[in-house]
Ligand binder design. Structure first.
Ligand SMILES: N[C@@H](CCC(=O)N[C@@H](CS)C(=O)NCC(=O)O)C(=O)O
Length: 225
């Protein structure tokens, strides 16, 4: 059975959404990143980048949430737009946009807003600005389209949901006022039973809650370097 290595963080949660939407059978394998389980040798053999999510599906090993979404969609034929070159171009463009823009800028915005041991105004402002700018690109696109690609619910919407649902934590809840179209999509997805099951997955195991010195040592390795 497909093994899903995950935590309750945004990138694993979008893969959980696909697995639940597609009704695929899978074995959840919790990786507690605050206890350094992402650096166990056995896990590094699956994801050499030492992050979640990853999957092992028979003899296929896939890491990085965006690669996993594309792999699973192609494997099942589910949650892809109608098969045209134009749709394929849009699908790849938006997937890469989330992978290289929305995800990393949101992650760094969270780091400098909530977790950095010292307040660095320049870094905080830059990443918050860029996270907001990326969300505004999504919002503008969704002003003219119900979904991100091809007017059907696809893996790109799941990909967007993974981070956009975290907007209050990333840049502050007041930002929703600026992104009514993105909020509409997030609310629509969040109301789906599959999304509720994906969100509940983290509660099946106990993950370490405290971001204490031990967790910081594992997750912010540059502090020791
Ligand atoms: N590009 C990767 C990023 C994965 C990532 O940053 N995962 C975070 C959780 S959302 C993680 O594993 N953090 C633990 C750590 O950095 O040690 C993806 O989209 O899967």
């Amino acid at each position: 059975m497909l093994k899903f290595y995950y935590s309750g963080a945004p990138n694993p949660t979008k893969v959980a959404l696909f697995l639940e939407e597609a009704g695929l059978e899978y074995e959840p394998r919790p990786i507690d990143t605050r206890k350094a389980e992402q650096f166990d040798a056995a896990y590094l053999a699956i994801n050499p980048n030492g992050k979640v999510p990853a999957i092992v599906d028979g003899d296929a090993t896939v890491f990085d949430s965006n690669a996993i979404l594309l792999y699973l969609a192609e494997k099942t034929g589910k949650f892809l737009p109608p098969e045209t070159l134009a749709n394929r171009g849009q699908l790849l463009s938006w997937l890469m946009f989330v992978a290289t823009g929305v995800g990393p800028y949101s992650g760094q915005a969270v780091h400098f807003k909530h977790f950095a041991p010292e307040k660095v105004a320049y870094a905080h402002d830059r990443y918050e600005f860029e996270a907001l700018r990326h969300y505004s690109v999504l919002d503008a696109h969704l002003a003219g389209h119900r979904y991100m690609v091809g007017e059907t619910y696809t893996i790109v919407d799941m990909d967007v949901w993974g981070w956009a649902r975290m907007i209050p934590f990333v840049v502050g809840a007041e930002a929703w006022v600026k992104f009514p179209n993105l909020k509409r999509l997030v609310d629509e997805i969040e109301a789906r039973p599959a999304a509720q099951r994906a969100l509940a997955l983290k509660d099946r195991f106990t993950f370490k809650a405290e971001l204490d010195d031990e967790a910081r040592r594992h997750m912010f390795k540059h502090l020791a370097a």
